[in-house]
Write a protein that binds this ligand. Structure first.
Ligand code: NAD
Length: 303
């Protein structure tokens, strides 16, 4: 049994099961979400009526919120609300697991440092299944000391932990990975459509490309063409995977990050636009991101 007390704020699809895994691993956990039912849903945790209450007297505070504005609002406060940096004791460690823009992560980390509060950004990869099973990958940005303190807590929720660099580096690495994933998925869907439209069986073409130089993660383990691979979203009407709307959010962060560093990202920009068109054309926001196959083969939607 560990004596570390953890506050956990944001108990949605990811945060709820992550908090539950901390309880299972023997941590004392205080939880809060704006939705009261979610607070009551974490068995074995101490439910709190406010973020202030969940943050009071804790050693570590974890947040798992939708976007940068929520994270800044929580820690820095607004015109009428005080931020949690006013509540936390000096020496407390903040672990923000939300996927947000690197600039927001860096500004909150700097404000925390000014109050002698440590902070790491630790966005995750692995989806809701990884959150439930405790097998998430954490991509951490922050000081080495803070990373060292965060590790035992992250190990209770994940299987892989990487230190990407200083504050904001976790967010940048996550954004780069997901931009590449979107490019690989759209390219894979495009190649499969070209083959099918020229008489090939998509399963035969996939087998060939998997062991040839076109092999990639999207093709090898997450084939977007229906009927080719079992137990992937394409095999169940593009349900139960990584949503188009979440991919659009991450591509939006990639575009913002590229603009801030004046980087050229033509492939990422094209993937971003393809996902926007796909969402509009097929009302696909709540479908898995491999449904981009429909953009190339609209007849698959009607089948
Ligand atoms: P979600 O919308 O299910 O959960 C977010 C929760 O935060 C909600 O319950 C909401 O009520 C709560 N919240 C918002 N503002 C709050 C505040 N000020 N105080 C307390 N609670 C507040 O989102 P999710 O799917 O759990 O994703 C969380 C983060 O993880 C996002 O940044 C997302 O991009 C990232 N992520 C999600 C997945 C996934 O597959 N769902 C995978 C990797 C990363």
């Amino acid at each position: 049994m560990t004596t570390t007390t953890i506050g956990f704020i944001g108990l949605g699809n990811m945060g709820g099961p992550m908090a539950a895994n901390l309880v299972k691993n023997g941590f004392t956990v205080k939880v809060f979400d704006l939705v009261p039912d979610l607070v009551a849903g974490v068995a074995g945790a101490q439910g709190c009526a406010s973020a202030d209450e969940a943050a009071t007297g804790v050693d570590v505070l974890i947040s798992m919120l939708p976007a940068g504005r929520h994270v800044k609002g929580l820690y820095l406060g607004g015109e009428d609300t005080r931020g949690l940096l006013e509540v936390l004791n000096a020496g407390t460690l903040i672990i923000d697991c939300s996927t947000i823009d690197p600039a927001s992560a860096q500004s909150v980390a700097a404000a925390a440092a000014a109050k002698n509060v440590l902070m790491v950004d630790a966005p995750v990869s692995g989806g809701t299944a990884g959150a439930i099973n405790g097998t998430l990958t954490f991509i951490v940005g922050g000081e080495t000391t803070a990373m060292y303190m965060a590790r035992p807590v992250l190990e209770a929720m994940g299987a892989n932990i990487f230190h990407a660099g200083g504050a904001g580096a976790g967010q940048i690495a996550k954004i780069c990975n997901n931009m590449l994933l979107a490019i690989l998925m759209t390219g894979t869907a495009e190649a499969l459509a070209l083959g099918v439209e020229n008489g090939l069986d998509p399963a035969v073409l996939s087998d060939i490309m998997k062991v040839s130089s076109g092999g990639n993660w999207a093709l090898n383990v997450y084939n977007p063409y229906p009927g080719v691979m079992a137990d992937v979203p394409a095999d169940r009407g593009y349900t139960g995977g990584f949503l188009v709307d979440l991919m659009r959010k991450d591509l939006g962060l990639a575009m913002e990050t590229a603009a801030a560093s004046a980087s050229s990202v033509p492939m990422g920009a094209l993937a971003n636009n393809l996902y926007q068109v796909h969402r509009q054309t097929h009302d696909a926001g709540a479908l898995d991101f491999s449904s981009i196959q429909w953009l190339y083969r609209p007849e698959l939607k009607r089948d």
